[in-house]
Write a new protein. Structure first.
Length: 411
């Protein structure tokens, strides 16, 4: 006896706008792509078709959805995110010459089943810009991008490249310092190539938390001229290592708990980034070593909040100084009440190890209940309120707008 399940029960989900968690969890593989390619609207199919557990009752075009009704129900849940008729901001077709990543079955013609395989297929001698296009799916792997002679663009499949909400491609791994010899080697994606742009990709380290050697990076951005646009970066401790050179993060999501934006030598600008904490901790940890080191973290026009309502008020600090000359600025940023009234915390409570005397830990014109203007405080004595904002020119250089890694559409 064949069990039948009506997809009409998912009508309420299809017509509703999915939340952040649902959108992030969308697994829109070949089944969804097959639905989007239909001449009749996919939403119509989702509300009327009755699906059999076996593939016998499925039309030929839906062979990619065979075996489990959940394949179709998952795709139908994502339809509101992945519109049947892609708009001008969709990135659903690989550009000419792109190296394609696709781990669904059957694979796209000429594609690679993993991100790392696509990286190894790049030319290491050409100076012509190269692109990797990643189809929807979850790719469980660690990725290392070495030095190339060309510019490199990484594009994840999305129906709306303007933000991270419609991302469908996820790279995930779960290493920590318990099983790696340095921080970089724990990262799910290790990017050592300058002049790289990432778009609409989710990068996760799912290791979680341990009290010792718990560093678990999602992204290790090791060199200059890197841009990250509409990405999701998920971890717990040390999610993002922005380590050297000019880096730009825009319209993205960064999730973690302990020192989850950190680095020593980079000049990094974060624009319209949603920063979400998942436990008690500190957002930033600048490791600027001395006054001569040109290192900045500037979080501009962004938001800081708990990942959900379970994160207690006052449980997080904007940062703590990893090294003696730490330099971090939050400006024009909305701070919820998860930010402690002190704003900042010392690196350690051990006398002589606070790292607060020469650090620049500052704010300018922030808003929200966790800000000074919102009534929070008093701030820590070593925290500063600036008289003027920091400019991108100060951080990224006078000619930053003309740099290849900078995408002005995200600013």
């Amino acid at each position: 006896m064949r069990l039948l399940i009506s997809v009409a029960v998912f009508l309420g989900v299809v017509s509703a706008s999915p939340g952040l968690g649902e959108r992030a969890a969308c697994n829109s593989d070949n089944c969804l792509r097959a639905m989007l390619a239909r001449p009749t609207p996919a939403s119509e199919f989702c509300t009327t078709y009755t699906v059999a557990i076996t593939s016998v009752a499925l039309p030929t075009w839906a062979s990619a959805c065979s075996n489990l009704p959940s394949r179709i129900s998952s795709a139908c849940t994502c339809i509101n995110t992945a519109a049947p008729t892609p708009g001008p901001y969709a990135r659903v077709t690989p550009p000419s010459g792109a190296i394609i990543v696709d781990n669904s079955k059957p694979y796209s013609y000429g594609s690679y089943p993993s991100f790392q395989a696509a990286v190894l297929a790049l030319s290491f001698t050409t100076t012509t810009p190269q692109t990797i296009f990643i189809y929807p799916g979850t790719y469980t792997e660690q990725v290392y991008i070495p030095l190339l002679k060309s510019n490199l663009t990484i594009q994840g499949w999305t129906t709306d490249a303007r933000s991270y909400h419609a991302n469908t491609a996820t790279i995930t791994f779960n290493l920590s310092r318990l099983n790696a010899t340095n921080n970089d080697l724990t990262a799910t994606v290790r990017n050592w190539n300058p002049n790289t742009k990432f778009y609409n990709l989710n990068i996760k380290n799912t290791f979680g938390h341990v009290n010792t050697n718990g560093q678990n990076l999602a992204l290790s951005a090791q060199v200059t001229n890197q841009g990250y646009y509409g990405v999701q970066l998920w971890g717990y401790q040390d999610t993002v290592l922005a380590n050297r050179g000019n880096q730009l993060y825009a319209k993205s999501l960064i999730v973690g708990a302990i020192d989850f934006i950190f680095g020593q030598y980079s000049t990094a600008w974060f624009e319209q980034v949603d920063i979400r904490t998942i436990a008690e901790g500190w957002v930033t940890a600048s490791g600027r070593l001395d006054a001569a080191t040109n290192a900045w973290f500037v979080i501009n026009n962004s938001t800081v909040a708990g990942i959900d309502s379970s994160i207690p008020a006052g449980s997080n600090a904007l940062g703590r100084p990893w090294k003696a000359f730490a330099r971090v600025v939050f400006q024009y940023t909305y701070l919820t009440d998860v930010i402690a009234k002190e704003g900042w915390k010392p690196w350690s409570t051990v006398p002589g190890s606070e790292n607060t005397v020469n650090s620049t830990l500052a704010e300018y014109n922030n808003t929200g209940p966790g800000s000074v203007s919102g009534g929070s405080g008093p701030r820590a004595a070593f925290g500063l309120q600036l008289d003027a904002p920091i400019t991108p020119e100060t951080v990224l250089g006078d000619n930053w707008k003309g740099e290849w890694y900078v995408d002005a559409d995200y600013l």
